[in-house]
Design a protein around this ligand. Structure first.
Ligand SMILES: [Ca+2]
Ligand SMILES: [Ca+2]
Length: 242
């Protein structure tokens, strides 16, 4: 009797799987070029390849000229870096502040709300000029990576993209710069060696190399499209300090 019951239950599960395509959740999204794998796989070196959900491609409007020297064109696949085992998304829902309280479109909280889609309703527009936004991880962590989407519904390049980590909320001491593409030092924070790049759904992935800090600050100074600063999402990955 017990055997019969078990077999019946198994048959039901099998039938349900056949109807709903159990265990094959990725095929539909992949076919549409939408959300890629969110899991992290183990690499041969013992670390893991960092991956995240990528937003769909959605370009709008008329293409603009992007006259910036040494401009990096958008990648054709997700950028890849290896991070230590146990590295997780730290920034989800964390508080964000900015150099200027005045946002023209959207809300500063969009930056850590997990939505990365292109278009209206998903980006925050911060006032023009050299401005920063800052994420508070609420505790010091070893930061492995910062993944940034400014605005990806148009091929444009943001100026003076500088990303820093510190335990000092005011960034007056103990500041480590992990990315700087201000090639002409117009932001007067030191000439950057990173190359300016065109926005895409793949975002900008920066290896933070385990730098310890509680706060992540991101600068920009308008783009090749206009003088405003935009953010759709910023993801910070890392581990608690051991
Ligand atoms: Ca968002
Ligand atoms: Ca510059």
């Amino acid at each position: 009797m017990k055997l019969t019951t078990t077999l019946t239950a198994s048959s039901l599960i099998l039938s349900a799987c056949l109807l709903s395509a159990c265990g094959d959740s990725s095929s539909t999204a992949d076919a549409e070029g939408g959300s890629d794998s969110a899991s992290a796989s183990t690499s041969a070196s013992g670390g893991m390849i960092l991956t995240t959900d990528l937003p769909e491609e959605r370009l709008e409007g008329t293409p603009i000229p992007n006259k910036v020297p040494n401009l990096v064109q958008p990648p054709t696949e997700a950028p890849k870096i290896t991070v230590p085992e146990g590295s997780t998304l730290l920034s989800a829902g964390k508080p964000v502040t900015a150099s200027d309280d005045f946002t023209i479109v959207g809300d500063i909280a969009y930056i850590t709300d997990g939505d990365k889609q292109a278009g209206e309703g998903y980006y925050v527009e911060v006032i023009d000029g050299l401005q920063w936004v800052q994420i508070d991880l609420e505790a010091t962590h070893n930061i492995d990576a910062v993944w940034v989407w400014h605005f990806h519904s148009q091929r444009r390049a943001y100026h003076d993209v500088i990303i820093q980590i510190s335990d000092d909320e005011s960034f007056e001491s103990g500041v480590t710069t992990i990315y700087n593409n201000d090639y002409d030092n117009s932001a007067e924070m030191g000439q950057g060696k990173d190359a300016p790049y065109i926005e895409s759904r793949f975002g900008l992935l920066v290896d933070a190399k385990g730098q310890a800090g509680r706060y992540v600050r991101l600068y920009s100074n308008g783009s090749t499209a206009n003088e405003m600063n935009h953010y759709t999402e910023v993801e910070v990955f890392g581990r608690p300090v051991e």
